[in-house]
Ligand binder design. Structure first.
Ligand SMILES: NC(=O)c1ccc[n+]([C@@H]2O[C@H](COP(=O)([O-])OP(=O)(O)OC[C@H]3O[C@@H](n4cnc5c(N)ncnc54)[C@H](O)[C@@H]3O)[C@@H](O)[C@H]2O)c1
Length: 449
């Protein structure tokens, strides 16, 4: 590996060994950049990479809230404003009990390149809390969101930092957060958050956008292979917001998602999660706060596999869409053994680096990286910001058409970037290089700080 890249990776490992997810993503992204760094000695001269791995600003804060039984609880809130070179900091909030600074920084680092790939003016950030929404009442969620925003509101704004949803944070939470922001600011600045409910200025298609975008990206990959999406079977993970969008768009286009999963195991539905009743039930399961996929099996009479992951099921396409490091080497081997040709990452960093290297070394498997595949969510968030700025509402068709165009562009840019540096048809390296190049150009142009 290029000496400069190796040195920065070693420095990150030495300094942030207690943040394994952050180290993992830095290593993954930087390992693709060798030809770029070799051709641009000015990056090393300006020590660009050391500045890219250091967030511009990171803070944590106290979030105290009252449970329905009158007891008080205190959680930690986080926000990392990672890179503002190409626009206001932008990235989701995650509410999940395992959230810590390393997780937030890994997500924000990924977000830097993802946001750049959209071609829109959005920098990167990420935040969240170790608050566990499982089993919480609606009133508890509301009080938590109000307290979280009371602590955060003076550090964000439509031109400063624009949070959105992530795991555990959907339309309901974003709208509660916005309500509290409005109350505190005394002004209608609804561009401060994206993923709001429609009446508060949320964009049409935003709830489905990450899943829809992932399927549009998949269509590009299939087209490259001379295939169509019609009739394809897809294994998904989770039953969250992203998986719900994939199920809908796949069904619209004649494909079917046959697996969903949860912390309790996975379900296999040979007919596919294709009907309105099944797709609506995903929303119901997510809102129930029970966090178990077994409910789907009980309701629709399909098989449930407790404690297992869905990666051993024979399908045409695998789309891990729930959480990071869900697919390990043993699962990757099962995927290859089953002859799956398309491995399309959707969740942020769903594959361990070991499993990813193995999958990429297999000539029969096409691997697409999450930072490109799931960028439709943040891209549509940027479209929501545009609508909020011009105080107009775009139709569903207009938003969807722009989303599809953005996903096509991301795919094409990634293919071209890998080809330009002699790496062939490599969607993983191409996305890393194309995203890096845009941020690097802006950082170099703005001077060293
Ligand atoms: N929401 C977005 O717009 C968006 C955008 C880009 C990327 N992402 C990424 O996509 C992924 C999913 O996000 P989401 O918004 O759908 O979150 P979500 O909270 O709506 O859903 C997460 C799902 O993961 C499942 N899950 C949790 N622990 C699990 C485990 N141990 N095993 C299997 N499943 C488990 C939960 O049951 C839930 O169904 C995350 O990696 C997120 O960072 C989301």
């Amino acid at each position: 590996m290029n000496g400069y890249l190796a040195r920065v990776i070693e420095e990150v490992k030495g300094k942030h060994g207690d943040e394994p997810e952050f180290v993992q993503t830095v290593e993954e992204v930087f390992s693709s950049l060798e030809p770029v760094i070799e051709q641009h000695p000015e990056y090393e001269a300006a020590d660009l990479l050391s500045r890219m791995v250091e967030p511009e600003r990171t803070f944590s804060f106290r979030v105290t809230w009252m449970a329905d039984d009158g007891t008080w609880h205190t959680n930690t809130g986080y926000r990392t404003q990672f890179n503002g070179a190409i626009g206001p900091y932008k990235g989701g909030l995650r509410f999940r009990k395992d959230v810590n600074l390393g997780i937030i920084k890994f997500l924000a680092f990924e977000q830097t390149f993802k946001n750049a790939l959209t071609g829109l003016p959005i920098g990167s950030g990420k935040g969240g809390s170790d608050f566990d929404p499982t089993g919480k009442s609606d009133a508890e969620i509301m009080r938590f969101c109000q307290s979280f925003m009371t602590a955060l509101h003076r550090f964000i704004g439509p031109d400063v930092d624009v949070p959105a949803g992530d795991m555990g944070v959907g339309t309901r939470e974003i709208s509660y957060l916005f309500g509290q922001y409005r109350r505190l600011r005394g002004a209608w600045e609804n561009g401060v958050l994206t993923g709001k409910d429609f009446a508060s200025g949320g964009s049409l298609v935003r709830p489905q956008a990450t899943g829809y975008g992932a399927v549009y990206y998949l269509e590009n990959v299939l087209k490259h292979e001379g295939e169509s999406i019609e009739g394809k079977t897809i294994a998904c993970a989770g039953f969250g917001n992203v998986t719900w969008g994939i199920c809908q768009k796949a069904a619209d286009l004649g494909a079917k998602v046959v697996t969903l999963s949860g912390p309790d195991g996975y379900i296999y539905d040979p007919d596919g999660v294709t009907t309105k009743e099944k797709i609506d039930y995903i929303v119901e399961m997510r809102a129930s706060g029970r966090n178990q996929v077994k409910d789907y099996a009980d309701k629709f009479g399909v098989a449930f596999y407790p404690g297992e992951k869905p990666w051993g099921v024979k399908v045409d396409v695998c789309m891990p869409s729930a959480m990071e490091n869900d697919v390990h080497l043993e699962h990757a081997r099962q995927i290859v053994g089953n002859g799956v040709k398309y491995y399309i990452e959707v969740a942020n960093m769903p594959t361990t680096n070991e499993a990813l290297s193995y999958l990429m070394s297999q000539s029969g498997v096409i691997v697409a990286p999450s930072k490109a595949v799931n960028a439709g969510g943040v891209a549509t968030s940027a479209l929501e910001m545009a609508q909020n700025s011009e105080r107009l509402v775009w139709t569903e068709e207009e938003v969807d058409q722009r989303l599809r165009q953005i996903m096509n562009n991301i795919y094409t840019m990634s293919v071209e970037a890998a080809e330009k540096y002699g790496l062939g048809y490599n969607l993983v390296a191409g996305a890393n290089i194309a995203g890096f190049q845009r941020v690097a150009d802006a950082m170099m142009a703005q001077g060293i700080f």
